[in-house]
Design a protein around this ligand. Sequence first.
Ligand code: PEP
Ligand code: MN
Length: 345
Amino acid sequence: MVIVMSPGATPSDVEAIVEVIGTAGGEAFVSRGVSRTIIGLVGDVARFEALDLRAMAGVADVMRVSTPYKLVSRENHPERSTVRVGGVPIGPGTVTLIAGPCAVETPEQTLQAAEMAKAAGATLLRGGAYKPRTSPYAFQGLGEAGLRILADVREETGLPVVTEVVDAHDVELVASYADMLQVGTRNAQNFALLQAVGASGRPVMLKRGMNATIEEWLMAAEYIAQRGNLDVVLCERGIRTFETATRNTLDVSAVPVAQRLSHLPVIVDPSHSGGRRDLVLPLTRAAVAVGADGVIIDVHPHPEQALCDGPQALVDGDLAELADVMRRFPALLGKTAAGELLTSA
Ligand code: PEP
Ligand code: MN
């Protein structure tokens, strides 16, 4: 069982619950988040139910959920959630386009990529300042200098920034520049990092681990939620299979499966899934058609010079088609592209 405390709950409200649970022979695990406290209960559920916990001071919700993930489960939360990033919605009813360079390289390259993203209808800018690279000899990102470039480009274009954090120690710094924190596939089960982003007060985009089952992915999201942060967006980015023609295999079925199991929004990364420019638009169409709440796409003004993932970046010549997909495909499903929603507001 899980108890969600209301934002105004006092430390003594929490103490009282811990005591009552202890007296009932159970254990209470208290997680104090930025906006609210979550208490996990271990022990005899029937005895807890007899306690009428809902009536205790400061309690907002008592959840008895059969799945191992509780706060992100749809069982107790049938409405699908919308997460807002700098005012941009990601959730049911809209399809949000996030685009930008894989890595921030220079101010000019980042600004040009952001302008490409905007031209295609993107409402959020992606770009990595900390890059988790397979090789220690590859470009590792510009670090804080890259975050400053992203903040400048946000200023110039008005696009809120999504950027990856790879180390729990950097969360506060990255959160001071970013509108949304990204946790990448290689860190998808780095529990210290998940807890740190859960305490950051920023929305989080959680990529699926390349070898993670959907349940493991949702358990990773639960780590973030358990720190009081329910502003989590799940991102399917392809999984490892025996296939070598593509970088990863986009698990299209993961989108409706995750949406049925969890109330969190689910987006798709067609760039890192296929790892090939020629597959990005077909996979984007598939993602929107299967019901994804958004897509995150790499674009680059000069991919042949890119320091990271050039072969999968869309170029200027692809933007009209991407914009066309974003205009027509959401409408077929009765959805609005998030870009249109903001322009008509
Ligand atoms: C990225 O989006 O830049 C990235 C590294 O993605 P992933 O973690 O999915 O490989
Ligand atoms: Mn990349």
